[in-house]
Design a protein around this ligand. Structure first.
Ligand code: FEO
Length: 177
């Protein structure tokens, strides 16, 4: 069994990951309503990834015979002033998630729960990529603030953001990614 403190912290993180997913749906809808389909598609994809992170955590708890509590989720922010603001929010969110994942690693290590410590390693690596991607996107969008179509062309041209690195990824409840 994983350490009880880790189980509690991971259940809290499941709520954070679902909340991140909802926030990215809200951002995607903002861009979609503004007819910026590439930006919208990027955030719809990110939303699916965050849901996947939550379900990887759910699967781990089930595999370890620990209690899983599917949580209520904090309301996302809707309504943004321009095309830059949602990505500033997204970058802040990713930095916050990084701190949350680091805390989970610390809880596992301090409890001597080596399996949980190993489980959380993939998420630490994933956060490096997600913060870097969001930071690059913020630079791009800030540069093109007055010309959103330039961002759309950029996203169409470059393979940007990609998908989770599935190599060594923990399994996802329900079998999706
Ligand atoms: Fe699942 Fe980007 O945090």
């Amino acid at each position: 069994m994983p350490a009880p403190a880790f189980v509690d912290a991971l259940n809290e993180q499941i709520a954070n990951e679902f909340a991140a997913s909802q926030q990215y749906v809200a951002v995607a809808v903002h861009y979609d309503a503004d007819t910026l389909p590439r930006l919208a598609a990027f955030f719809y994809r990110q939303a699916v990834e965050e849901r996947g992170h939550a379900l990887k955590m759910v699967q781990y708890l089930m595999d370890q015979d620990a209690e899983v509590v599917i949580p209520a989720v904090a309301a996302p922010r809707n309504g943004f002033a321009d095309i830059v603001e949602p990505i500033q929010l997204a970058l802040e969110q990713e930095k916050q998630v990084t701190q949350q994942i680091e805390r989970l690693a610390k809880v596992a290590r301090e409890a001597g729960d080596y399996q949980s410590e190993q489980f959380i390693q993939w998420f630490l690596k994933e956060q490096v990529e997600e913060v870097a991607t969001m930071s690059d996107l913020l630079t791009t969008v800030t540069r093109a603030k007055e010309n959103p179509l330039w961002v759309e062309e950029f996203l169409a041209r470059e393979s940007f953001g990609g998908e989770d690195d599935e190599a060594g990824a923990p399994p996802t409840a329900g079998g999706d990614r």
